[in-house]
Design a protein around this ligand. Structure first.
Ligand code: PEP
Length: 252
């Protein structure tokens, strides 16, 4: 049975002071709702402060990106070791904003996933189709390519540490959410594909999060779908109350 995980992607929001304010609201609220795993992914500059603040709390720390090399002359990049040193447990990889704005390919994302796994950092591996791809009826082809190439060469044992986040690009930050049926259809497809690439035990155990304008008003219905095991939340995670409502929906 897959674990329910709610993760908040803060993107490029919040300096250190604002980060601590946000997480202090969560720490208070989340302690009372331990029904699912909760992850916060602040920007790099806030990771250490938030990590220290969250010590002894059930909330886990995640980063939003990392480089695939151990270290080296890669100006502006951050390594897996660096993330571990500030207390990260998770790292978001292949977010659609990284793919679209920073040109990340499936091959590059695959290297990052392998590096994260080799360091025992848990990847939140993002996939999803654009509006144009959905309207051209190639959603399943796109998802299949992203999954197959993103996970190439990853063993079944390592796969058990990967969280998959299905995020239709047209639903991210747009206020448009996939309907529960639309999301469930793709989640079932992903789980079935994982069954073919690995086996039925792995497929059943993998957390497949939905992401794309998840908010308190739609969380219960989305998270109630059989193949949706959590959410990757952008906009609605920037306010403690709305993120907490989503966590409550997941705990039900
Ligand atoms: C995201 O950034 O992963 C995301 C899903 O954003 P939003 O919830 O704002 O659509």
């Amino acid at each position: 049975m897959a674990k329910m995980i709610i993760a908040g992607n803060w993107k490029m929001f919040n300096n250190i002071q604002a980060s601590i304010e946000l997480v202090s609201g969560l720490k208070r609220l989340v302690t009372a709702n331990p029904g699912c795993e909760v992850v916060v992914c602040p920007p790099f500059t806030s990771l250490e402060a938030v990590g220290n603040y969250l010590k002894d709390s059930p909330i886990k720390l995640g980063a939003q990106n990392m480089h695939f090399e151990e270290n080296g002359a890669f100006t502006g990049e951050i390594s897996a070791e660096m993330l571990l040193s500030v207390g990260c447990v998770y790292v978001i990889l292949g977010h659609s904003e990284r793919r679209a704005i920073f040109g990340e390919s499936d091959e590059l994302i695959n290297k990052k996933i392998k590096k994260a796994l080799s360091k025992n950092l848990l990847p939140i591996f993002c996939i999803g189709e654009t509006l144009q791809e959905r309207e051209s009826n190639i959603t399943f082809d796109v998802i299949k390519k992203q999954v197959t190439e993103g996970l190439a060469g990853i063993s079944a044992d390592d796969m058990l540490k990967v969280v998959v986040a299905y995020e239709p690009v047209w639903a991210i930050g747009t206020g448009k959410t996939a309907s529960p049926a639309q999301a469930q259809e793709v989640h079932a497809f992903i789980r079935n594909l994982l069954g073919q690439l690995y086996n039925s035990t792995v497929a059943a155990a993998i957390t497949i999060q939905y992401g794309g304008s998840v908010k308190p008003e739609n969380a219960v219905e989305l998270l109630g779908q059989p193949d949706i095991n959590g959410a990757l939340v952008g906009g609605a995670c920037l306010k403690a109350d709305s993120f907490n409502s989503i966590i409550e929906a997941a705990s039900k």
